[in-house]
Design a protein around this ligand. Structure first.
Ligand SMILES: [Zn+2]
Length: 224
């Protein structure tokens, strides 16, 4: 796997061990524009890696340093997730410039790179997530076209079976048990759907949403 170094000045020292992998899209018109932005000191943003549409991998920040990709973020009671995460940006125009499907070469490169990162730091499957999972009120990336199910089949992340929901299934409480912030329940439901029910991202909880949530909860309970 060829990795091209394009160092960014936008990083600082880590304050926590690495235990999370976050996937983003760049939301910019081209990978060149995104690389140029993330290596500009004025931007105050970066990520560890960027993968372009052709599968080219660029490293901007060393993994043992903190890159600035997650912003205000929350998962399982913890905030400031740049401290503990590795960030990978996928070049994509995003919802700002005409969201596109992720090309095969880009996803293949992401899978290879993520497997290495996951092995290197022993990142739990429940902590391989998208930006919108950890910042549901601000972010949509990587969005409903990102192939989370396929990643889970490659051993990267969790994918729930549908399980008949219990009578007591409380949506807010159970999303929180998984790790989500629930300040705006609708925004959190949208984030859950982008990840686990991508064919129906409307913020409305239906029978399938409930079954997927119950399935994800039982996976989480098995992991504890
Ligand atoms: Zn992002």
């Amino acid at each position: 796997m060829k990795i091209q170094k394009t160092p960014s000045p936008n990083f600082n020292a880590r304050t926590k061990p690495i235990d999370m992998l976050l996937v983003h899209y760049t939301d910019m018109e081209s990978s060149e524009a995104a690389l140029s932005w993330m290596t500009n000191p004025a931007a105050q943003v970066s990520s560890h890696y960027l993968i372009d549409e052709a599968g080219g991998i660029y490293q901007l920040v060393e993994e043992d340093k903190k890159a600035w990709h997650a912003g205000e973020s929350f998962w399982q009671g913890r905030t400031n997730l740049n401290d503990c995460s590795i960030g990978i940006e996928l070049s994509n125009p995003g919802h700002s410039h005409g969201y596109q499907p992720f090309p095969e070469a880009q996803i293949t490169a992401l899978i290879s790179l993520s497997k290495k990162i996951q092995n290197r730091w022993n990142i739990p499957l429940s902590r391989i997530l998208g930006h919108s999972d950890v910042a549901p009120r601000r972010k949509q990336d990587p969005g409903h076209l990102f192939p989370w199910k396929r990643l889970s089949q490659e051993g990267l992340g969790l994918w729930p079976q549908k399980v008949k929901p219990t009578q007591t299934l409380d949506i807010t409480e159970n999303l929180a048990q998984i790790g989500y912030e629930t300040i705006s329940l609708t925004q959190t439901i949208l984030a859950f759907q982008r990840h686990y029910q991508p064919h129906r991202v409307d913020g409305i909880v239906d029978e399938e949403t409930r079954s997927l949530l119950q399935g994800l909860l039982s996976l989480h309970k098995k992991l504890i």
